[in-house]
Design a protein around this ligand. Structure first.
Ligand SMILES: *Cc1c(COP(=O)(O)O)cnc(C)c1O
Length: 415
């Protein structure tokens, strides 16, 4: 029997995307403005609620960049950022000449530890005499952060919060959508996210004046003269009307996608219940309602996996993962912070069975690019990174696929 390879999270079209793109072609709106952009933004505003205006942009990374600009971040400033995340949460801080200050996670949600956040802010004020300019918590893998506690610390020091909800489209905390708690909220519609525009993102804004400002900076900051007059540095970050057509089509199936991701979690839970040494990451209480963008598991360090003695014995050719683009050739078999041998052996075993799995994000405070950035750590994200894997979770993953994946996981465990 031959199977197609099972990927972490592939895009899945509703069918309406083509119709909206065709309309854009027919009306010659093949620019980063137009009816699809307006309609997509209206759809997003209705979806996130709370009267929050939304700006459609070319990427989630662009949304983060513009949110930092809106918070006044510049050269020499410090911005607090969750360490356990994808690099796009932190890189735009550096684009602006500011320094990220990393804060570790708590065990329940794997996101920014509110108590450690408080410690970090106090210590930065003591050391630099200045407050950090913004706080970037992340709802990683779709799991809502302890956002009430984070907002309480932020308001105690009067520091704006930029929620990175790139992976948390549709996730809710106490019945409210992630991305609507902070001053700004970031969404991503990259090809592998909950919904896609092929590539794109959005910024959830506090009010229409803020939306206006974000649109100004997203379109090269042009002053109102008959000629191009520039008094601020702007960016070319608006979403194309073509991409927004895909987004409109995706919005018609967004609820189905989210429901499907949650369904995959329920099935993994059922099938993994009796598998000793493997723990599925789940909502810690009824306050949290993850979209389960990616299902994640923790492998107990004592779990023996077939082939773990020879894990890391060959270098990786190309990136682990799907549309990762160009990567450098790895210079060594090991780094000073890597997943345990049993985790790497499980990744290899599943890869051989044509199942794409991936280690959890490597904490930013362990990345060479951020070696000199201040970090407030508690060991949680490093332990999770050492023990965790992401499992296929997208709309193209069937019940049969999940049974096969769990079967392969069980077969890879040494008895
Ligand atoms: C994907 C992602 C981003 C960036 O979104 P892009 O649309 O790819 O630029 C930011 N933060 C996190 C946590 C992400 O997973």
């Amino acid at each position: 029997m031959s199977r197609n390879r099972i990927y972490l999270c592939l895009a899945h079209m509703s069918g309406k995307e083509q119709q909206y793109i065709q309309e854009a072609f027919d009306t010659n709106w093949v620019v980063p403005i137009g009816p699809n952009v307006n309609a997509f933004e209206a759809d997003l505003e209705a979806f996130v609620g709370h009267d929050k205006p939304v700006v459609a942009l070319s990427a989630g990374t662009a949304a983060l960049h513009l949110a930092l600009v809106a918070c006044g971040v510049g050269q020499g400033d410090e911005v607090i950022c969750q360490s356990f995340t994808f690099c796009a949460s932190a890189n735009p801080i550096v684009y602006l000449g500011a320094t990220p200050v990393f804060v570790d996670s708590e065990r329940d949600t794997w996101n920014m530890d509110p108590q450690l956040l408080d410690v970090a802010i106090c210590d930065r004020i003591a050391k630099t005499g200045r407050k950090p300019k913004a706080i970037v918590p992340v709802h990683l893998y779709g799991m809502p952060a302890k956002i009430d506690e984070i907002m309480a610390v932020a308001s105690k020091y009067d520091i704006p919060v930029i929620e990175d909800a790139a992976e948390a489209f549709g996730s809710e905390y106490k019945g409210r959508k992630c991305g609507t708690f902070g001053q700004y909220g970031v969404l991503s519609f990259n090809g592998n996210k909950m919904i896609t525009t092929s590539g794109g993102g959005a910024l959830i804004c506090p009010d229409s004046a803020a939306k206006h400002d974000v649109m100004f900076y997203a379109t090269q900051a042009r002053e109102a003269y008959p000629y191009y007059q520039h008094e601020h540095i702007g960016y070319n970050y608006r979403m194309s009307n073509i991409c927004a057509g895909i987004g409109r089509g995706q919005m018609s199936v967004a609820h189905e996608h989210i429901a499907h991701h949650r369904h995959t979690t329920a099935l993994y839970r059922e099938l993994l219940a009796d598998v000793e040494g493997i723990t599925l990451h789940e909502n810690p209480s009824s306050h949290f309602d993850s979209n389960y963008w990616l299902n994640t598991i923790i492998l107990s360090p004592s779990l023996r996996v077939v082939g773990q003695e020879i894990a890391y014995s060959t270098t990786i050719n190309g990136a682990v993962g799907g549309a990762a683009g160009v990567t450098h050739v790895a210079e060594s078999l090991h780094t000073d912070c890597e997943p345990n041998a049993n985790v790497e052996a499980m990744r290899v075993a599943l890869d051989r069975a044509d199942i794409e799995v991936r280690p959890l994000w490597k904490p930013m405070h362990k990345q060479p690019i951020y070696a000199t950035s201040p970090a407030y750590t508690n060991g949680v994200s490093e332990a999770l990174f050492a023990q965790g894997l992401c499992l296929p979770s997208g709309p193209c993953v069937s019940d049969d696929d999940i049974r096969y994946i769990v079967e392969c996981i069980c077969n890879a465990i040494e008895r």
